[in-house]
Design a protein around this ligand. Sequence first.
Ligand SMILES: *Cc1c(COP(=O)(O)O)cnc(C)c1O
Length: 624
Amino acid sequence: MNEDRSWTEIDLTNFENNLINLKAKLSAGTDFMQIVKADAYGHGANLIAQTAISQGAVMLGVANVQEGMLLRYQNIKAPILILSPSLESEIDLIVENDLIPTISDFQFALKFATKISEKIKIHINIDTGMGRSGIPYEQALSVIERIIELNRFDIDGIFSHFSAAEDDEDYTNWQRERFEKIISLLPVKPRYIHIANSSGALFIKSKITNLVRVGLLSYGIYASSSQKDLVALKAVMTFKAKIGQINKAKKGEYIGYNKTYQTQEDMDYAIIPVGYADGYDFLLSNRGKVLIKNNICPVIGRVSMDMIAVDISGIHCVPNDEVILLGPHHDQIQVEYIASLYGGSRYEILCQIGRRAKRYYIRNGETIDSSPLLRRDFVSTDYSNDKLNRIIETAIEQRLESKEISNLIYTNILRDFFIEHDRDIHYRKNFEHKIVFKKHHRSELKDYHLVQTTLTFRKRLQNDYFLVVCAANEQKLEKYFLQQDVEYRWLLDKNLRANLFDITAVSVNNVKLYSDMRIDDECLIIRCFHPTLVNLKNQEVDFSISTQTYYPKKLHQLSVFIIELTKGVSITFEYGDLLNNVEAINIFSGRSKFALTDRQEKSISVETKKNVWVFPTSGVIFVY
Ligand SMILES: *Cc1c(COP(=O)(O)O)cnc(C)c1O
């Protein structure tokens, strides 16, 4: 079992089945848009979006530009429609992130038109009776015509929104007819015409629409009880916690804030570490129900910020036992029922539940992924590079024993490097570094081991040469850590002369390179080059660099650092009979914190899997 006090489980298999059953209800030629606003109604937009896309969703619907950007960071490529009206200040971000705005008034269209250099896709929203956003019905036709005349937009869709599809068929059909009327009068026919939310998709048939927008029903929550006969759905979200404490109360005692519950007799009750701050609504005070070992237990007293008390009379349970607060497991903990207990909204419960909970994603009964507790801290798009640096530094400094943190760093770094800034970043693949200590017969170097190193990796060739740099001084070497054309650096013992560092072989794609050496500011700089390298520029190539030098015997450690983003690392230290008791201390930052250490009789190696990303600041220290 996990270590959480409370958590949500998101059952992607239920979600897929809901989509399959809903799709079966759509008329031929009707596509669906998956609504993932509000972090997919609290289910986690990224995995829900991925799953929906694999089930055929042609588009995703979000509430605002931030939600759309987050999905882009998460590498979702599908078209994304921003359903709500956007602000003028958001126009640039909409364009940069390839999001589709909804146009709900002409003034906004005009502002948008002046800010763009190429035609962009839009959807136009008409208010047919929702009484919310959208172009007022009476003006719709003329406004749409003026938008077309601007000639700055590719009108990908026109839509409207039902106000009461789940329980007012007449009103809904009236809205539908008005919508159909406008569409029939339009001079253009957009690719997508849509009006139905998930309830509308079940109840309303329209001949002109070709897209529905599914939200609530896809998450397995019925909008009205009459829908149960139409389509089989199963709740996707379950909210669970563990019993924190078990108490006994005597007859006549009060439970919770403000004395709202007085015991009628001696009783046992359990404290569950979930309160309104976790999204368990305050209005469930003295009303809510939870499931413990298949028994329904009423909430007694007020819901506090962080705790509730439940009546466990007649049930045998102990602290740490699982409690289900919401889920498909029993009628009385289903969202539909819990919402009815206090006149709440089914939508709202989903959005608010589990604010402090980690999410576990389940497929076919198995946990396949989880999203960190801290997600709400880093989904915001307004973090700076400084903040990112602080996160990384703190985490690395403290070597936190936390998978959450390393996952967080991993996501942040990837986003920062590849998505947010689109830097021209280089990385190495299949990085192998072999270091061999050997005996030698040079008496003037008797205090040193002979050391031979071989470095091989794949990387994009940036220039028609590269450098290997060797220095006896850390400060001098430092500046070469930032220099992009340096592929290998070696810190030489300060009592050794530079000519005791040698390149024994160097090649790219098996072409032997030439090398020349110069000394500059006490650094030995070896330039490796070949006339044919020009032809390999910007291609991924195999590097191989072998060196020979000497290493002081008095040192009892040897470090290898990874200073570039690297995918797949293997570092081997062969010491033969020269050393005993060699240990490898590895410091890896990235998703997995430790690499595997493999100890042979006369060597030791540290290795990650081939496809594991290793971040700069990782490395191994061999101590002996
Ligand atoms: C939220 C939303 C939906 C989804 O509605 P459900 O009732 O959850 O299916 C559809 N369209 C628009 C414009 C929305 O804002």
